[in-house]
Design a protein around this ligand. Structure first.
Ligand code: PLP
Length: 415
């Protein structure tokens, strides 16, 4: 399997090369030349994960014989499907160390870098969840050095803890400025030090591919139990999680319809009604990890549509605004004593909107405790922290405050 750029550069890259580069040299995103078909019926659940990832890691790739151990170390927590009601199930992706689905991709990426044995510096700007998942994942891989930039006053106390409580190979920098300032610093530093740095953001192919594992496994298990290909309802922002599901379906696994649940950020929703994709400035919502006005993975989706006309067949998208998110969090608590995060609430709200509900699996992307400031007042209860987050809360913070200037960052990089 080889990877190419979405922007038409004809050069071919291996999985490891695509993983280490992040972005293609022409500025495009890496995509697999073609999606292989998987003969899934005879695979057991463990074989499924290996087989799926191996379909992307070619025979000549240095990671070839390391896929099993990477998966084993990266996905060392459960990804269960639980029953909500007669026809609705929940795929719980929040049992990892930072209690959100980004743990899956971040941990796979970190372990893959570790298996490649390179000494690497990863630079990330974060406004919350991604940085925590990356820091936690890289804490275990000592050949990696990580620099995390976050806005000094732009993250919650618990989010800051998740960015600043790690080992010596993780340097956390609170920037006197906004998230945009952090991103600007990262961009300028990459321009200067491109050869020495790597990124770990969600467009990296090493985060996308492992996310396919939980869709393949849960779809197969569901199909075997219920005799129908499940309909997935996926909270979506940058479209990385949903893209993994679309790819799994295109590879022949038993996935039925897809419903993309967006918040008030509507470019994807408007695409399905108008046929045109128009990026917009992002708007702030309660489901803040989905506050994306220009989903970066859309470039991949468009590439797949161009190369396989049926890629987006049987897909629809809904926009769920804050009032409906709040209402859904309250209703689900009242009806089922179930606490859900604001992102997961968009999936429950979408389920309510579907006219003839088929068998569906809604995706729960974060643990409610990550958003207890929103949920506690709505349900009049305190969300209890899962052990993973409690552990982080008990650790010591360690970070440096810096001005939003390149000088200081360059100095730290050169240490
Ligand atoms: C990142 C994130 C999302 C959105 O996922 P995308 O891959 O960006 O579409 C949804 N929910 C939570 C909790 C997230 O952290």
């Amino acid at each position: 399997m080889k990877f190419v750029s979405t922007r038409g550069d004809k050069k071919e890259w291996t999985f490891s090369e695509a993983l280490e580069q992040g972005l293609a040299p022409d500025g495009g995103l890496f995509v697999p030349q073609a999606l292989p078909q998987i003969s899934w019926k005879d695979l057991n659940q463990d074989e499924m994960a290996t087989c799926l990832v191996n379909a992307f890691v070619g025979a000549e790739d240095p990671l070839k014989n390391k896929v099993d151990s990477i998966i084993e170390r990266a996905i060392n927590f459960p990804l269960p499907v639980t029953q909500v009601s007669d026809k609705l199930s929940l795929l719980e992706l929040y049992h990892g160390p930072t209690a959100a689905f980004k743990d899956v991709g971040a941990r796979f990426l970190a372990q893959a870098y570790g298996a490649l044995g390179r000494e690497q510096t990863i630079l990330v700007a974060t406004s919350g969840d991604t940085g925590g998942a990356v820091a936690s994942a890289c804490d275990e891989v000592k050949s990696l050095r990580v620099l995390i930039l976050f806005p000094e006053n732009g993250v919650s106390q618990r989010q800051r803890k998740q960015l600043t409580c790690w080992g010596k190979n993780i340097t956390s920098l609170a920037v006197k400025g906004s998230f945009d300032d952090c991103q600007k610093l990262v961009k300028e530093t990459f321009a200067q030090y491109a050869k020495k740095l790597t990124s770990a953001n969600s467009i990296n192919i090493g985060r996308l591919v492992p996310q396919m594992i939980y869709y393949a496994k849960s779809a197969k298990a569901y199909f075997e139990e219920h005799g129908v290909a499940p309909h997935f309802i996926i909270p979506s922002g940058n479209m990385g999680n949903a893209l993994a599901c679309l790819m799994v379906r295109a590879m022949g696994l038993p996935v039925g319809r897809l419903t993309l649940s967006c918040n008030a950020n509507r470019p994807v929703v408007d695409y399905f009604s108008s046929g045109k994709f128009t990026p917009r400035p992002s708007v702030k919502t309660l489901a803040n990890a989905m506050d994306v006005g220009n989903p970066s993975n859309w470039e991949r989706v468009a590439w797949f549509v161009e190369h396989s006309g049926s890629f987006l067949d049987d897909v629809e998208a809904f926009s769920i605004e804050d009032e409906e998110i709040k209402h859904t969090i309250k209703n689900v608590w009242a009806a089922q004593q179930r606490m859900i995060c604001p992102h997961t609430a968009t999936a429950f709200a979408s389920w309510e909107r579907l006219h003839k509900p088929a068998h569906a699996i809604a995706v729960a992307t974060a643990h409610p405790a990550k958003f207890d400031d929103i949920i506690n007042p709505l349900i009049g209860q305190k969300v209890t922290l899962p052990d993973s987050l409690q552990k982080i809360d008990d650790l010591q913070e360690n970070y440096e405050v810096i001005d939003a200037s390149l000088e200081k960052l360059f100095a730290i990089l050169q240490q």
